[in-house]
Design a protein around this ligand. Structure first.
Ligand SMILES: *[C@@H]1O[C@H](CO)[C@@H](O)[C@H](O)[C@H]1NC(C)=O
Ligand SMILES: *[C@@H]1O[C@H](CO)[C@@H](O)[C@H](O)[C@H]1NC(C)=O
Ligand SMILES: *[C@@H]1O[C@H](CO)[C@@H](O)[C@H](O)[C@H]1NC(C)=O
Length: 270
């Protein structure tokens, strides 16, 4: 069981092995990392310039020290992250492997010179996001020759864009949730349709050759045929009804004649 689990973890790591890097040398930098991937955070240009450097998770209120560098040595102070973190002193860059969503949040760094005087405190915000998955396209013809096309993908904060033969589609009606984006193409359009989905850490696209939907004519024929059938049915039942009542009246008519004749006979006889 353990062996199977280990294998699963490895394959997940391979499929999400996205690397991102972020320049976090400015205060309040915003950095993005792919879930399960590796993120490089450059904290300072050259950490050998400082005597001491501390890296914390959390803001000023509740913070946990993660890494401490003193002189040319660095140690990880927060053991749960130990096997995922590395610090390159020469270029002041942290590398965090196998990122998890719990790695998202605020971080803080402090640097000190040899006299122990604080050189600066900088905050950084890390966002760990699921990369977009390969998008899927589906299309459907509407009654007036328009085409409804949907593009779906999974990922955090996905944004969609469309091109037809390389031209951005702007005058399309689009409706969207996070996972599906649907556009309606005008009648008669054809060409190479591409849907691109992106979020802050990855992007992917899918293309499909589309041909025009059957235009108005075919649908009108269908509608005409429907009207024709309906008319035939109506006419048929009307005639049938008419005939039925006619027969009925004829029969009534004959009956009264017979009655009349009977009376006449009785008159003659008396
Ligand atoms: C992180 O990943 C790199 C390759 O991406 C690997 O060389 C390294 O050993 C891993 N572990 C740590 C703690 O950096
Ligand atoms: C810092 O150095 C490491 C190891 O040489 C390298 O992988 C990384 O890309 C460097 N980062 C920057 C920002 O130069
Ligand atoms: C990336 O993040 C920024 C804010 O952090 C946001 O404004 C932007 O829309 C995002 N881009 C995508 C493609 O999600």
């Amino acid at each position: 069981m353990e062996a199977v689990l280990g294998l699963l973890v490895i394959s997940a790591g391979v499929s999400h092995g996205l690397e991102t890097s972020c320049d976090a040398r400015q205060n309040r930098s915003q950095c993005y990392g792919a879930l399960g991937g590796t993120v490089y955070l450059q904290l300072v240009t050259d950490a050998t310039r400082y005597d001491e450097l501390s890296f914390w998770k959390g803001s000023t209120g509740a913070k946990t020290e993660i890494l401490k560098m003193k002189k040319d040595k660095w140690v990880i102070k927060y053991t749960p992250i130990e096997d995922r973190l590395h610090f390159f002193i020469n270029n002041g860059t942290l590398r965090l492997n196998n990122t998890r969503s719990t790695d998202s949040g605020e971080y803080l760094q402090e640097t000190f010179n040899s006299g122990g005087v604080a050189q600066g405190t900088r905050g950084l915000q890390l966002f760990i996001k699921a990369p977009v998955s390969s998008p899927q396209l589906s299309s459907e013809c509407l009654s007036h020759g328009e085409m409804k096309v949907s593009c779906s993908s999974e990922g955090d904060g996905s944004q969609y864009s469309w091109t037809l033969d390389g031209q951005t589609l702007r005058d399309t009606k689009a409706s969207s949730d996070n996972e599906t984006n649907t556009i309606t193409l005008k009648k008669g359009l054809s060409g190479n349709l591409t849907c691109t989905v992106r979020n802050n850490i990855s992007s992917d696209s899918i293309s499909k050759r589309i041909s025009p939907c059957p235009g108005v004519s075919v649908f009108v024929y269908f509608q005409l045929a429907e009207v024709f059938i309906l008319l035939t049915v109506c006419l048929g039942s009307y005639c049938f009804y008419k005939k039925e009542t006619y027969h009925h009246k004829e029969a009534e008519c004959m009956q009264s004649q017979v009655d009349h004749g009977g009376t006449q006979m009785r008159v003659l006889m008396s």
